[in-house]
Design a binder for this molecule. Sequence first.
Ligand code: ZN
Length: 136
Amino acid sequence: MRKIEHIGIAVKDTAASVELFSKLLNATPYKTEEVESEGVTTTFYQLGESKIELLEASKEDSAIAKFIEKRGEGIHHIAFDVEDIHAEIERLKAEGFQMIHEEPKKGADNKLICFLHPKSTNGVLVELCQEISSSV
Ligand code: ZN
């Protein structure tokens, strides 16, 4: 894993949180993107090499809606940048980590992503992400 790509923060109301985080970070988000398959609206801030991702549920039964219901707003996941997501999944599985999905899927911000089960990572929801290059 090469660096922290982003930290995902679950929010109830993107508009209110964008106002807050723009003041906090002294920055403006560079994109808002709906990820239909995940039932989530994502908003990204770039901070040097890393990003902050705000996640708001766009469907009642999405994972973010359930997370907020159970634990309230706050840090949802940490995403690590990887060079080869398939190789990294194989490596982690061999080390005994449990994946939520065995196959990476297309996430927000032009990335292939997959999540590790927090049961196997000290309660931290970990996302792997690989930039989709234009050659793929
Ligand atoms: Zn993420």
